[in-house]
Write a protein that binds this ligand. Structure first.
Ligand SMILES: Nc1ncnc2c1ncn2[C@@H]1O[C@H](COP(=O)(O)OP(=O)(O)OP(=O)(O)O)[C@@H](O)[C@H]1O
Length: 452
């Protein structure tokens, strides 16, 4: 895959040359060579002649490089330019005054690059009412003083900045505690390493590595749902870290109480510190994030009406908003057209369609009740008379069809019913839709009312 990416570099470079102009390109980017592409992290590494020009390129052209790469290879997450081999010698040769000789150890072992994404810093995290609790709690986690709340549990829907905050905490903590051991990993990786260690008979090393952490940051905890032995190991790891006063931050897509299939003992540990949720981003936050991204690209002109249009249409999460902006800018940069409202509407029509807010269970319950002229409280009631039970089953069926919620989650929203009740309702309505055309038409009408 790195080979494929290497083959793309000349095309990426050609686009950049058109975009930046031959003079700027030849001066800064012509000497840049492709070094590596990691499919796992999505990081492209490029090399240039000196550390100075690497820093300059990262600062001035980092966003441009990312856009250009993503245009050809959408999986690219970030682009890093570093000084290539021999850069130190070239740098020394270019300097008039001889540099003091480097200790052999320093030459042999250059500082290991930080494992954290420099772009995901506190400085680049825009704070607003919807995320202020999470952002402030995250900052506290990185301070010298012991945090007031430990563990910190960050939760939100997808693309709202949880991973960003984990990287920000890790980097700020690293700056304050340079010798500290910091581990940032996804819950999935935790599980894979745990299973690998069990199979390889290497549990001691696995346990020792995690328990040596001064700060453990665990992303996407919902991954351990239903994975009992991973949960057990995680529980021991957390207990160990907490007992030794270490810091723990976890993220998940829902609050602890909604992690069905996670052991109560683990949940109580996780909820025992601070649970901070990030709400859906408000207009002001979305606009400030766009303006922040544009400020890093002073050569790109984006009219205010396009910014307002993006803010209006990409409401659900920041990742979608960023993706739309990147797509628009990449298209404009690589084709040489100006960014205006018509271009945004044309190029981003599909993105807008996908970004429409999803239907919620609450909306479904309201629509079903409006159709059958019922009180919404009946949805959660225990009454089994057919005039109520059937609409309730229809609402459960639509909840499964139109939302990403699981059977247990749906059951909870209908007066704490068991998941098997929901499965039964879904199957019943599915069968009835085939045999009962009247019911089928009613469901179609409810769906239309929800989509309108
Ligand atoms: N408040 C913010 N300020 C600046 N950038 C943000 C903010 N919130 C999110 N982002 C950006 O949005 C993108 C998605 O954020 P991130 O990956 O952290 O989301 P997430 O909540 O971890 O999503 P998932 O649950 O899918 O893993 C990232 O590029 C991140 O930098």
């Amino acid at each position: 895959m790195s080979g494929d990416a290497a083959a793309l570099w000349p095309r990426v470079a050609e686009g950049l040359r058109r975009d930046l102009g031959a003079r700027t390109f030849d001066h800064w980017l012509k000497p840049v060579r492709f070094a590596d592409y990691c499919t796992l992290s999505g990081v492209v590494t490029l090399e240039t002649a000196s550390r100075f020009s690497a820093n300059w390129i990262n600062e001035r052209f980092g966003d441009r490089l990312e856009l250009a790469w993503r245009h050809h290879l959408p999986a690219v997450r970030s682009v890093l330019v570093r000084a290539g081999p021999g850069a130190a010698e070239r740098q020394a040769a270019m300097t008039a005054a001889p540099l003091p000789p480097l200790a052999p150890a320093a030459i042999a072992a250059p500082a290991a690059p930080s494992a954290f994404d420099a772009k995901l810093s506190f400085e680049r995290f825009v704070v607003a009412r919807s995320n202020i609790l999470a952002a402030n709690a995250a900052r506290r986690m990185a301070m010298v003083e012991a945090p007031q709340f430990n563990p910190l549990y960050l939760c939100s829907g997808t693309g709202q900045g949880k991973t960003h905050l984990l990287h920000a905490i890790a980097q700020a903590y690293e700056a304050e505690h340079p010798a500290a051991t910091i581990i940032l990993m996804s819950a999935e990786k935790f599980m894979l390493e745990f299973v690998g260690a069990m199979r390889g008979g290497d549990m001691m090393a696995f346990k020792a590595r995690l328990r040596a952490a001064d700060l453990l940051l665990l992303d996407d905890l919902q991954f351990v749902i239903g994975k009992n032995s991973t949960q057990e190991e995680l529980l021991h790891t957390i207990d160990d870290l907490m007992c030794s006063g270490k810091r723990l931050v976890v993220t998940a897509d829902r609050p602890p109480a909604m992690l069905d299939g996670v052991e109560a003992r683990l949940l109580s540990r996780l909820a025992g510190g601070l649970v901070a949720d990030i709400e859906a981003p408000e207009d002001d936050l979305r606009e400030r994030i766009i303006r922040q991204r544009l400020a890093a690209m002073p050569m790109v002109e984006v009219p205010d009406e396009v910014v307002a249009w993006l803010v209006k249409h990409f409401t659900r999460n920041i990742r979608e908003l960023e993706g739309a902006l990147n797509k628009l800018l990449a298209y404009a940069a690589l084709t040489g057209v100006r960014v205006d409202l018509a271009l945004a509407e044309d190029r981003l029509a599909e993105n807008v369609r996908c970004a429409r807010p999803r239907i919620t269970i609450d909306e479904i319950q309201r629509a079903v009740c409006a159709h059958y002229k019922l009180d919404k409280a009946e949805m959660a009631s225990k009454r089994r008379v057919r005039a109520i039970a059937r609409p309730r089953q229809v609402a459960m069926y639509l909840a499964k069809e139109l939302t990403p919620r699981s059977y247990p989650e749906i059951g909870r929203r209908f007066g704490g019913r068991d998941h098997s009740t929901v499965i039964h309702a879904v199957r019943t309505v599915e069968a009835l839709r085939v045999s009962d055309s009247e019911l089928d038409a009613e469901i179609a009408a409810i769906r239309r009312s929800l989509n309108s």
